[in-house]
Structure formats: structure tokens, C-alpha cells
Design a protein around this ligand. Structure first.
Ligand code: FAD
Length: 481
């Protein structure tokens, strides 16, 4: 039997259910990647994300070549392209790992139906999550809306039946006839994107190495370090999870092993980190069970203030936020980190998102789109779920609003201002006393610090206290405790 393995968000060989099944069942396999031309043309994702994906594909291509198989690539509309490729290569079966985004579900349904009409077998597998939405349900059978309840049930399931990690399969040698017909692989440039310097190494080997680095080091102080953007306190594995160079299964098993070996790592550090992986699964299940969140709020909340109307004022505020020129150092550092590197620390993502929605009173979907265009780990479920959490439109049942004070957040989580100084160079010489509120710096200090407020660094574009009060007055709920 000849099988086509369609790689999508699973750019790896180890622990890959679709690849393993195809290798078990077929005498010959053809691995395929389809560049989704309409999606690439839409620029929903930016250069950082596309560059990282190309790096991961390069790594996968080399790993497959070492095993005697060529990764075939095609460009086009995915349904048509997979159908045509399956026909051209006369494969008997097509294998892929499932994706839970509404557009992907629709694409896969159409592909499956049409392949079946051609008389080909289709086999799909759970891979992107440890548990699919239907596997983690409450007593009523309904999907969970509260993270804490979901997390408890998730761990009950894990303890009952933790899915094993699959070893890398022996790939039946295909020496496929496709080699000669394959043009050179696309580059960022030929795809219409900018080449971006990578601060995180792409690919499966790099993902495994990063996990080991994290488990030997930062996990030992995760509880205290994860909120400090100036420190390397988190794993930075989100781009790898985005493109499936490693699985959550592998990561949870490895973290539990680290704990069981004893040593100095604490249960609190390991479980707090693993619970972040469960947050990821939670948002995947929200998107899967309530696909309408991709288009708007989870639930209409009439008490929320309406966003500022379209017009030059809205555009001015949005541009300042995007460029990191709001006059609030922590927000500006975050947005500049995002623009320069395609990544932003989670604590700062929350502060920047809250600032856009609550202080500037702009619609959260503009922020969601902008993050998606910039992030190297841009992922619909995680991005949308977190934006809705920050905008108070999501699944969590909290009454009232969450409004972050950007100055207090900066003082608490970047007390020495190291993070701010790294990404906002015009503040690099500002003394720590003023680093969180440089606009309050006396004139002579501004001269000494070579940072004239309103000239070298902007005045705050809104007054937080006033903006917060306006938001509360316009809304009809009480502020959350
Ligand atoms: P670690 O602290 O090492 O955590 C391990 C893993 O857990 C992460 O790699 C990630 O997969 C998962 N995780 C951690 N926090 C969250 C969370 N709050 N929600 C969901 N999963 C989480 N994450 C994305 O992967 N893609 C996005 O597009 C994205 N957009 C976001 C937008 C906003 C407004 C906010 C507040 C958060 C967003 N996040 C997103 C979640 C989070 O910021 C990143 O997952 C995290 O910063 C990645 O860093 P890390 O890998 O070092 O995390």
C-alpha cells in the first residue's frame, strides 16, 4: 500500500501518530507539505511565524532525507492540492493529524469527503492536544467554561490513562519518484515575507534540546521567575508547540520524570508549569467546542463599554500602541519586543492587551489581529482565548473587569527596569526611581538621563487613572476585586 502523509502542524518525526501509523501500514510512504497559498497571501501571520515554519520544514526535510525519503512540497489551495497530489501519486491512503481551528476542520472535512469519493482511505489522528474536547467534559457532558474545573478533570484523565509517547518510526524506504519533479524549496522572500533573524532555533532537534535546557534550569524557579520579563524564566517553547516540533505529551511526561527523579526541583514549580500546558489545551477545547469565538465574543456582555468609534483619534491611539510609543514603559517595551523579535513575555502580553482594551478603549479584535501578524507563536486558540480573557469577553465567569495598572505592573514585575531598558533604549539611562513613570522625572533629571519627555520619549497618551474611571463609568459593572 502507498500512503501519503500530510504534514501540517506536526513538523517532526518522533511521537507523530499519523506518520507512525502510515509507516506501520504502508510499504511506501510519501510525506507532503502544502503551502496554503490563500492563507499566505492573506498575511494573517507575519514574517516571524513564517520564517520559523520554514526553519522547521528545513529540519524535517533533512531528517526525512537521512531516512531515505524526500519531503514533497506543493503550493496552492490545500483541498485541491492534496486531492491532485493523491491522484498523481496514485496513493491508496492519506494520513494526517487533526487540527481544531474552524477553517481547518472545514478544509479537512472537504478533503476527506473528496478523497473518499476517489476511493482512497483517510486516517486522522489526535496529536495537537493530549485530550480532545470531548474527552474532558463535566458531569453534564457539556464542555467546560472555567479553566480550574477543566484543569482538575484534565489531570483526572491523565492519571487514568496518560497517552504514551511514540518512538520515531522506521520509515519504509520510498526513494520516491517525486524528487526530480520538485522545484527548489520556497524562501521567506519567494513567499512574500521578510527574512527575520531567528532568536530561537527551529526544528525538532532544537525543540528537544530546549526542553532539556528548561528542565535542567529555569523550571527550578518557575513559580518566582515566570512573571519577570527581564529573566529567562519560562521555556519559550510556544513556537515549537505552534508548529508541532514537539508534543505536549512529551513535555508533560518529561516534566513528571524530572519530578520523580527527586533532586532540588519542587512540585509547585513543575505543576505550575504543566498547568500552563493545560491552559493551552483549555483554549484549544474552547475553540473546538465554541468555534464562534473565532469571530467574536464568547458571550455578549451588555455591561461592557463600547469601543471607541472609528476615526483619526482611534487610529492615532492604535498606531502608538502598535509602535510602542504610549508613554507607558512596560507597554512600550512589550510592543517593541514583539515588533523586533516576534515574541513577548506572557505577563507583558496581558498588560499590553489590557491597556489597549481598557485604557485606550479600542476593540480587542484589532489587538488580536496585530498580535497574530507579529507573533512567532501566533495561534488562533491561544491568542483568541487570551485576548478574550483580557477583554472580559471570554469564557471565564469573573464578574466585573480586570484592569491592569501598567505602572504598578512594571514596578512589581520589572522592579529594576532591566526589561524596559532593554527594549526602550531612550530610557536606558533613566534612574530606577523614574523608570516606571518617566513623565514624572524633573527636567534636570531628564537632561542628565538624555531623555526629554515629549521629545525623546512620549508623554503618556492617556492618563491611566482617568482612563480607568471612564471605562468603569461607561460600563455597568463593578471592578473586579
Ligand atoms: P511557558 O511559561 O514556558 O509555558 C509553557 C507553555 O504553556 C507555553 O509554551 C504555551 O504553549 C502554554 N501557555 C503558557 N501560558 C499560556 C496561556 N496563557 N494560554 C495558553 N497557553 C499558555 N500563546 C501562544 O502560544 N500563541 C499565541 O498566539 C498567544 N497569544 C497570546 C495573547 C495574549 C494577549 C496573551 C495574554 C497570551 C497569549 N499567549 C499565546 C499565551 C502565552 O503568552 C504564551 O503561550 C507564552 O508566553 C509562551 O511562552 P513560554 O513558551 O515561555 O511559556
Amino acid at each position: 500500500m502507498r500512503g501519503l502523509v500530510w504534514f501540517r502542524r506536526d513538523l517532526r518525526i518522533h511521537d507523530n501518530p499519523a506518520l507512525s501509523a502510515a509507516c506501520r501500514e504502508c510499504r511506501e510512504i510519501v510525506p507532503l507539505f502544502v503551502f496554503d497559498e490563500p492563507l499566505l497571501r492573506s498575511h494573517v501571520f507575519g514574517s516571524a511565524c513564517v520564517g520559523f515554519m520554514l526553519g522547521c520544514l528545513d529540519d524535517l526535510r533533512h531528517s526525512l532525507a537521512e531516512r531515505g525519503v524526500s519531503l514533497l512540497w506543493r503550493m496552492g489551495e490545500p483541498v485541491e492540492t492534496v486531492l491532485r497530489t493523491a491522484q498523481d501519486l496514485a496513493v491508496d491512503a492519506v494520513y494526517w493529524n487533526r487540527d481544531y481551528e474552524p477553517a481547518a476542520i472545514d478544509r479537512d472535512r472537504q478533503t476527506q469527503q473528496q478523497l473518499a469519493r476517489q476511493g482512497r482511505t483517510v486516517k486522522t489522528f489526535k496529536d495537537h492536544v493530549v485530550f480532545e474536547a470531548e474527552e474532558v467534559r463535566g458531569l453534564t457532558g457539556d464542555p467546560f467554561q472555567r479553566y480550574s474545573a477543566y484543569r482538575d478533570r484534565w489531570w483526572t484523565r491523565w492519571r487514568a490513562a496518560a497517552p504514551p509517547v511514540l518512538v520515531a518510526p522506521i520509515i519504509p524506504s520510498a526513494k520516491n519518484s517525486v524528487d526530480s519533479s520538485m522545484p527548489a524549496w520556497p524562501t521567506a522572500d519567494t513567499l512574500g515575507y521578510m527574512p527575520v533573524p531567528m532568536w530561537i532555533e527551529p526544528g525538532e532537534q532544537a525543540a528537544r534540546a530546549r526542553l532539556q535546557w528548561f528542565l535542567k534550569g529555569p523550571i527550578h524557579r518557575y513559580v518566582s521567575g515566570r512573571n519577570l520579563p527581564a529573566q529567562d524564566g519560562t521555556s519559550k517553547m510556544s513556537p515549537h508547540l505552534r508548529f508541532g516540533t514537539i508534543t505536549t505529551r512529551t513535555m508533560v511526561h518529561a516534566a513528571l520524570q524530572t519530578l520523580s527523579k527527586g533532586g532540588t526541583v519542587s512540585r509547585a514549580d513543575v505543576f505550575t508549569w504543566m498547568d500552563e500546558l493545560v491552559w493551552r489545551e483549555f483554549f484549544q477545547q474552547v475553540l473546538s467546542a465554541f468555534p464562534h469565538v473565532a469571530e467574536g465574543p464568547f458571550k455578549a456582555k451588555p455591561g461592557l463599554p463600547a469601543p471607541r468609534p472609528a476615526g483619526p483619534e482611534r487610529d492615532r491611539l492604535f498606531a502608538a500602541w502598535c509602535q510602542g510609543r504610549t508613554g507607558y514603559p512596560i507597554v512600550d517595551a512589550g510592543m517593541r519586543q514583539l515588533n523586533e523579535t516576534g515574541w513577548m513575555h506572557n505577563r507583558v502580553r496581558m498588560v499590553a492587551a489590557s491597556f489597549l482594551v481598557k485604557d485606550l478603549r479600542l476593540d480587542w479584535q484589532s489587538g488580536e489581529r496585530y498580535f497574530m501578524e507579529q507573533l512567532v507563536d501566533g495561534d488562533l486558540a491561544a491568542n483568541n482565548g487570551n485576548w478574550q480573557w483580557c477583554a472580559s469577553t471570554g469564557t471565564d465567569a469573573m464578574q466585573g473587569y480586570r484592569i491592569f495598572n501598567p505602572t504598578l505592573q512594571s514596578a512589581k514585575f520589572d522592579p529594576e527596569g532591566g526589561y524596559v531598558r532593554q527594549y526602550v533604549p531612550e530610557l536606558s539611562q533613566v534612574p530606577t526611581k523614574w523608570i516606571h513613570e518617566p513623565a514624572l522625572m524633573p527636567k534636570e533629571e531628564q537632561v542628565r538621563a538624555r531623555c526629554r519627555i515629549g521629545i525623546d520619549y512620549p508623554e503618556p497618551i492617556v492618563d491611566h487613572r482617568q482612563a480607568r474611571q471612564e471605562y468603569l463609568d461607561l460600563g455597568k459593572q463593578k471592578v473586579a476585586p
